[in-house]
Design a protein around this ligand. Structure first.
Ligand code: C2E
Ligand code: MG
Ligand code: MG
Length: 386
């Protein structure tokens, strides 16, 4: 099931249990008498279809299940929407071993989840390669962390009123000895699947704070620091609030010089826990920034509900400026909305003079992008600051 954890976290386990019961009932209506259905654990159901004429017929059942579970559920007057991701494997084409069947179906299901959920996928041998590669990377990430193979680059953010660098954003880098540079979103997603995200996230925070302190000792005492936060770092068990608090204290940095970048999907998880954590951070005095604004979900109500300070307009809008006139209008609207809500608006991915001029004309507060500088090493930032 997609988003089941969210239901459990926000509405409680009791509602979660009732939801599972209803899901079970709906699933049975999609099957024939010869089929078997089981819940093997958590939010995962397993279905075996026997006596199929051809393996493609499983897709018909999968389609039926997807549309059946897409209909909203009603529990104690609450309307709940979930969805499901389905992985399919067949005997004896894919494998003749029971244990590999479950593994195959699992891999196919994760492929669906990776691609955006709410669909089905048949197992293919490529997926084993893909999964093995990820497993290898996960193993290597452990040692990379230990052996200092990870490092941070920084990209300047420029204030359009003063023309000066006001903030730098820390961006994760990993040069893998065999595979070369691994893109940061991939590192993060691998780390998120295991508990490694805790260690990686801590490492990033500590490293970035240390670097900010170095710049401050070089005299750049007005520089702010933006750090990307993974959704998983907001899990209560990780207690990143305490870590951030102690880093601020240890390095004697004004709280509002630290910007934590979070994504729209986190905003949508309007569970109590996340709200509490965000409020705690807000109380601490750090600034909260919504990264890639405009690409996630279109719920704007969170802007009112959550303690946000900064909006970063996603680079896809900037890229299409003057190509698609609709994007011009959207950027103008986002800037105006930001202003009226007293938020700082930053445009990401500014690459050309034309884009910059447009943003200046419409009084965007700050800009970030290759036009000014790519992400560079800490030393190169010192040079830029000078
Ligand atoms: P992001 O936070 O939105 O970072 C901006 C990305 O846009 C960076 O890619 C940056 O190199 C790229 N970029 C900046 N200016 C331009 C431009 O003018 N044109 C183009 N085409 N691209 C530009 P990068 O470093 O590959 O990072 C990708 C994403 O990975 C980040 O997006 C962020 O979501 C994630 N990420 C990076 N470092 C970290 C980290 O330390 N922690 C977490 N949780 N996520 C990270
Ligand atoms: Mg960012
Ligand atoms: Mg971004």
């Amino acid at each position: 099931l997609d988003r089941f954890k969210h239901v459990n976290d926000s509405l409680g386990h009791h509602i979660g249990d009732l939801l599972l019961e209803q899901v079970g009932q709906r699933l049975s209506t999609c099957l024939r008498g010869v089929d078997t259905i089981a819940r093997l654990g958590g939010d995962e159901f397993t279905v075996t279809l026997t006596e199929l004429q051809k393996k493609q017929d499983a897709a018909i059942v999968a389609d039926k299940i997807i549309s059946e579970l897409a209909r909203p559920f009603e529990i104690h007057g609450q309307i709940i929407r979930i969805g499901c991701s389905i992985g399919i494997t067949s005997f004896p084409d894919d494998t003749t071993e029971l244990s590999s069947m479950l593994k195959n179906a699992d891999m196919a299901m994760y492929e669906v989840k990776d691609k955006g959920k709410n669909a089905y996928e048949f197992f293919s041998p490529d997926m084993t390669k893909h999964a093995n590669h990820r497993m290898e990377l996960e193993k290597d990430l452990y040692s990379a962390l230990k052996n200092n193979e990870l490092y941070l680059h920084y990209q300047p953010i420029t204030n359009l009123q003063t023309g000066k660098i006001c903030t730098v954003e820390a961006l994760l880098r990993w040069k893998h000895s065999k595979h070369g540079q691994v893109p940061p979103d991939k590192i993060i997603s691998i780390a998120e699947e295991s508990d490694l995200i805790l260690k990686v996230g801590e490492w990033i925070l500590k490293q970035a704070f240390q670097q900010l302190t170095r710049w401050r000792s070089q005299g750049y005492t007005n520089l702010h620091l933006a750090i990307n936060m993974s959704t998983r770092q907001f899990d209560r068990k990780y207690d990143n609030v305490r870590l951030i608090k102690s880093l601020i204290f240890q390095h004697q940095i004004p709280e509002n010089y630290i910007h934590l970048e979070i994504t729209e999907s986190l905003m949508l998880e309007d569970s109590r826990l996340i709200l509490d954590t965000l409020s705690e951070l807000k109380e601490l005095g750090v600034l909260l920034s919504v990264d890639d604004f405009g690409t996630g979900y279109s719920s704007l109500s969170y802007l009112r509900k959550l303690p946000i300070d900064i909006l970063k307009i996603d680079q896809s809008f900037i890229r299409n400026l003057s190509l698609r006139s609709g994007d011009d209008a959207l950027i103008k609207a986002i800037i105006a909305m930001g202003q009226s809500l007293n938020l700082t608006v930053i445009a990401e991915g500014v690459e050309t003079k034309e884009q910059l001029t447009f943003l200046q004309q419409h009084e965007c507060n700050q800009v970030q992008g290759y036009y000014f500088s790519k992400p560079v090493s800490a030393d190169e930032i010192s040079t830029l600051l000078k």
